[in-house]
Design a binder for this molecule. Structure first.
Ligand code: NAP
Length: 307
């Protein structure tokens, strides 16, 4: 059976696209690959989504968005997206469950944390090396942890970790944080958090579990060992475009290129959220993209019927 809209990804972009498409009376399916809710579901506090209040966590907000979709008739399917092929007015979407047909496709696969790429990182993944504070903070109660990176994610997650760890040391390669002022100020005034400036992690060391990081000061070249019980890596994001990058136009960093109405270079295929080339990657802009993509899918199908 051919559906009207198939959305790949169940984060704020996909959920918002689903809500708009289903409210537009379209037969709408969201394909998720395991983790539900996208990156917002791994964030403890969401302060900058309009209307979000401190008593609602990221996972709860994602759950509410999902429930709203279900209320309007969106179908959720847990499958791994493999790719798509456009044949006339039909888009054939391949997943690990088979091939599904849809009239329109919305790619909302988001972005994932990048690996740092230093020695010892892979060997200690899950053994002290983590990419998600909300998931793993509890393992580091009253321990000393390092956070690598100086952006919004690193500082937000470092602040969250101070609720669990005895000490959080942020390691940043420059002498100035990239994070927004409000987060940077909070970090600087938090007694449990300190910052090692101008330094990169050369190696994560340990005997099965993390015991220390070897740091290099990029200005002096000096190498030091810092004992830590865990290392959280927050050095940016990589867009999830592996399955579509050979068909859809991407920018120099691999993000999908769309016009202001979320149209990709293939008719009937839209992109929304963090996977898309844009200047501000936030839950609220992802939701905005999703709304536009959902409405554009409605318009596209209306024109299809007329054609
Ligand atoms: P980001 O803004 O790209 O920051 C990445 C950080 O990692 C930068 O400080 C960067 O250093 C550092 N870094 C990158 N590669 C490195 C390497 N090889 N070695 C050492 N350090 C390295 O990524 P992000 O923090 O994940 O944020 C992604 C987007 O989501 C941003 O647009 C951000 O504003 C947004 N976001 C917003 C919120 C919020 O509003 N509450 C929360 C989370 C994320 P440099 O500074 O030297 O480049």
């Amino acid at each position: 059976m051919k559906v009207d809209v198939m959305i790949i990804g169940g984060g704020p972009a996909g959920l918002s696209a689903g809500l708009y498409a289903a409210r537009g009376m379209l037969d709408t399916v969201i394909i998720e690959n395991g983790g539900m809710g996208g990156q917002i579901a791994t964030t403890d506090a969401v302060e900058n989504y309009p209307g979000a209040t401190p008593d609602v966590t990221g996972p709860q907000l994602a759950q509410r968005m999902r429930e709203q979709c279900l209320q309007f008739g969106v179908t959720f399917q847990t499958e791994a997206f493999k790719g798509f092929e456009k044949k006339g007015q039909t888009i054939a979407v391949t997943t690990d469950h088979g091939v599904h047909e849809t009239k329109t496709l919305i790619i909302a696969t988001g972005a994932q944390p990048r690996k740092l790429g230093c020695k010892g990182e892979d060997e200690h993944r899950g053994m002290g090396v983590s990419y998600c504070a909300t998931c793993d903070a509890n393992f580091f109660r009253n321990r000393h942890v390092a956070v690598v990176g100086g952006g919004d994610t690193a500082i937000e997650e470092a602040l969250y970790l101070t609720k669990f760890a005895s000490k959080v040391t942020v390691i940043h390669r420059r002498d100035q944080l990239r994070a927004t002022r409000i987060l940077a100020d909070r970090a600087k005034s938090n007694a449990k958090l300190d910052i090692v400036w101008d330094s990169v992690v050369e190696e994560v060391a340990g005997d099965g579990i993390v015991q220390s990081v070897w740091l290099k000061n990029v200005k002096t070249g000096k190498i030091t060992e810092m004992p830590v019980d865990g290392v959280f890596m927050f050095v940016g994001q990589a867009p999830q475009t592996q399955q579509v990058a050979n068909q859809l136009t991407v920018d120099s960093r691999g993000y999908l290129v769309t016009d202001a109405n979320m149209h990709t270079n293939i008719d009937g295929v839209f992109a929304a959220g963090d996977v898309r080339e844009k200047s501000l990657r936030q839950a609220v802009t992802a939701a905005g993209d999703g709304a536009i993509a959902g409405v554009q899918a409605i318009r596209y199908i209306e024109n299809m019927i007329e054609a």
